[in-house]
Each structure stands twice: as structure tokens, then as C-alpha cells.
Design a protein around this ligand. Structure first.
Ligand SMILES: [Zn+2]
Length: 418
């Protein structure tokens, strides 16, 4: 007897080409794992005899639960004031002078209690879940001091404990130089590598290490210090890479056989080749291009030619990507980056899981994998990329249990009409 059986669904397994589609399919769950999937006609007995609970999905699309592999979701406050300034033509320096920018969020986050930080973030995480996400990555990087960086990672862990979602915690102390180290980036990086990271490891708060490697950020040698420390602790690495200029940052990740290099608008062919050899994922974050009116595009044709896997993520952050909508990012990535709707969905499922080192357990519908699904009010998976700013997510299943059902859209007709 199975714990639950989801019947009459169109399955996008994402395990094979063409979305791995199984029309008129069913998925069975036991102890939180997928134990059977296939065509309805292949079910060994009538559904009611096979499982304790049967969910009829009435022909809707059922995909793996989405994996959002790049977020800065733990932060205090919003940055609508930055948005208004930017909209009026202000640049980075003017926004910073007005108390905005990364430092604005950093000061707010430092001044916010653990519980308030958790509550503010949990609202965003619930929104992500309601958009089909069952696993996400959460970066630190709005503390830039010992105490707050650890607090942010503690909140990331707490989110995974208290909410029905899997969270991977990434240490991004090298998001920018903490104000206490202004003008001393080498000292700041040494502090991250020798003091903050070891404490995070000791308290079991961290699953990966990230940095901002750019002419405006940290150079190769500084990232090397941090990555050497990560490697010594057995932690995988990733980078914000080649976003504003060609900096060879993707190749730095590849040298460490890192999980992913993200942004990559200015990545060179040599960088792409190095990433392909290391099997490092290319992370596409179209929300930032949209918000910053960036016209440079990640070299998708090169990624394809070298066989790189492409991840797509919300990049949830209060400045350049204030969104909890994976399907909106899929729409943007298909339009602006010219990836296919299939590549976009792969980017949020199979490749998203790979970018977090979770491919063995998540990202596709296959026997033995964790039973994390999303059910959608669409007939074909390409529709997930097609629609603009609607949330077609109907139901979310985590570890085999239904954790969210979208409320019915009920608008009564006017009374009293003949
Ligand atoms: Zn980022």
C-alpha cells in the first residue's frame, strides 16, 4: 500500500528530452519518496486499492518541485526607495549617498532582531513555496560582520526547520567589504576565511561558499584565499561572476570544480571552456538584467556549444530582483536570453538541483527521488514560460505530502440581473 497516489496528471519528469513528458500519468509516494510513476494505463490495480490517499489532478501538469538555486532572501527591509531614485535617473553613487544600496540593507539587517529577520524572510519564503518552490538556496551577505553573517545563516537553517521546504545555506561574506574594513579588502578576506567561516562550519550553518568576483568586488587572489579555506572544510564554492565586465571569474570557479558561476554576461569563450571541463553550471539571473536595464546577455550560444548546464533562479534580493516568481524569471530568460521554454524549466528543476549539489535526490521525477512536486494550472510545460506575471501554481507537494493548495479564484457574479 502506497502512502499517496497522484492520478490523471500530465507528468513533466525532466529526466529525458522533450520534458520527459508522460501524458495521462500517475505518481506514487511512500515514506516521502517516489516509488512508482508511469502511465495511468500501467497502474497495477484500481487507484483506490493502491494508496491510502488518492489525489486526482484532473489533467493538470505535474513537475518536480522547483529548485531556486540563487537567492539573497534573508534580509531586513525593502529597497523601494532605491527603485524610485533609479527610476528618476539616479546612479549607484547617488543611491548609496541617500542611504540605499547594499550598505543600506546591511545596516537595516544588522539592526533587526533574529525573530523579526525570520518573520520578514518567512513571508517571502511562503510566497516562493506558493509559486512551486520546494528547495532554495539562501545566501548571507547583508551582515558583513561576524555576528550578523552568522545570524543570517542561522535564520536560513531555521527556515528549513520550521517551514516545509529544503534550504541550502551559502556563506557570502564576500558580497562587499564590511565598513569596518573600508580600504582594507585583503584584511577583510582574511577575517572571513580565518574567523567567520570556521565559526560557521563549527556551528553547522553553511553548505557552500560564494563571493563577488569583479573589478568592483574581490579579485582572483582574494577569492582564492576564501576558496582555499572553503576547500579545506570540504565545502563547494560558487561565484557572482563576470556580471559587469570580463574578469575571468567563471574560470576561477572552474579551477575549484565549483558548483556554479552566476550572471556571466561578460564571460569569454575561455571561461566557458574552463567551466565545461569542470562541469560547473552557468547560472542565469534575468531579473537583474531587467531591473538594471542591462543590455549585455550571457553567451547562451557558447554555453550550448560547450554543453554547459544552464540554471535559472529568482536571485531574490531587495534591489535588483525583488521577486518570488520563478515562472516570471522563465518568461524573462526565454525572451531576453533566447533560451527555450524547456531549458528554462530545466534551469529551475534538474539543473537547479545540480547547481546545489542535490541532483541525486531532487530536480526530476524518478523512482527513488524525494517526492517534491508542483502541480500547475496549465496544459503544457511551455506555458510556464509563456504567461507574464501570473502564478499558475495550483498545488505543492513536499516529501509526499500536500503542503499548499491555491485558493479557488471565486468572484461572484452581480446579483439582480435578469
Ligand atoms: Zn546574487
Amino acid at each position: 500500500m502506497w502512502d499517496a497516489l497522484f492520478i490523471n496528471a500530465r507528468l513533466a519528469t525532466m529526466a529525458d528530452a522533450g520534458y520527459g513528458l508522460i501524458d495521462d500519468g500517475a505518481v506514487a509516494v511512500k515514506d516521502g519518496r517516489i516509488v512508482w510513476l508511469g502511465a495511468m494505463a500501467a497502474l497495477p490495480a484500481p487507484a483506490a486499492e493502491l494508496a491510502a490517499v488518492v489525489h486526482d489532478e484532473a489533467g493538470r501538469l505535474l513537475t518536480p518541485g522547483l529548485v531556486d538555486a540563487h537567492t539573497h532572501i534573508v534580509h531586513a527591509g525593502e529597497r523601494c526607495s532605491d527603485f524610485v531614485l533609479r527610476n528618476g535617473g539616479a546612479g549607484r553613487n547617488e543611491i548609496a549617498a541617500a542611504g540605499g544600496g547594499v550598505r543600506g540593507t546591511m545596516y537595516q539587517t544588522r539592526a533587526t532582531s533574529d525573530e523579526a529577520l525570520y518573520e520578514q524572510t518567512a513571508r517571502r519564503v511562503r510566497e516562493l513555496i506558493a509559486h512551486g518552490v520546494t528547495t532554495f538556496e539562501s545566501k548571507s551577505g547583508y551582515g558583513l560582520d561576524f555576528e550578523t553573517e552568522l545570524r543570517i545563516m542561522r535564520v536560513s537553517r531555521e527556515l528549513g526547520r520550521r517551514l516545509p521546504v529544503t534550504v541550502r545555506s551559502t556563506f557570502l561574506g564576500a558580497h562587499g567589504v564590511g565598513p569596518e574594513y573600508d580600504g582594507r579588502p585583503d584584511d577583510y578576506v582574511a577575517f572571513l576565511a580565518r574567523t567567520v567561516l570556521p565559526a560557521a562550519v563549527q556551528q553547522d550553518l553553511v553548505d557552500a561558499v560564494d563571493g563577488f568576483c569583479d573589478r568592483l568586488g574581490f579579485n582572483h587572489a582574494q577569492i582564492g584565499v576564501l576558496f582555499d579555506a572553503a576547500t579545506a572544510f570540504g565545502l563547494p564554492v560558487k561565484l557572482h561572476a563576470d556580471q559587469y565586465n570580463e574578469f575571468g571569474a567563471g574560470a576561477v570557479v572552474a579551477k575549484y570544480k565549483g558548483l556554479s558561476a552566476d550572471h556571466l554576461e561578460y564571460a569569454s569563450e575561455a571561461t566557458v571552456r574552463a567551466m565545461a571541463e569542470a562541469d560547473t553550471v552557468a547560472g542565469l539571473l534575468p531579473g537583474a538584467n531587467w531591473t538594471l536595464l542591462e543590455t549585455a546577455r550571457p553567451p547562451v550560444e557558447l554555453f550550448r556549444r560547450y554543453g554547459l548546464s544552464m540554471m535559472v533562479a529568482t536571485n531574490n534580493n531587495p534591489s535588483s530582483s525583488p521577486t518570488c516568481s520563478p515562472t516570471m524569471m522563465m518568461n524573462m530568460a526565454t525572451h531576453m536570453f533566447r533560451i527555450t521554454p524547456e531549458e528554462a524549466l530545466l534551469g529551475f528543476t534538474r539543473v537547479g538541483a545540480k547547481a546545489l549539489g542535490l541532483a541525486a535526490d531532487r530536480g526530476t521525477l524518478e523512482r527513488g527521488k524525494v517526492a517534491d512536486f508542483a502541480v500547475w494550472n496549465v496544459a503544457h510545460p511551455a506555458e510556464l514560460s509563456y504567461r507574464i506575471a501570473v502564478n499558475p501554481c495550483r498545488r505543492v507537494v513536499k516529501d509526499g505530502a500536500v503542503i499548499y493548495d491555491a485558493p479557488p479564484l471565486h468572484i461572484a457574479e452581480r446579483a439582480g440581473r435578469a
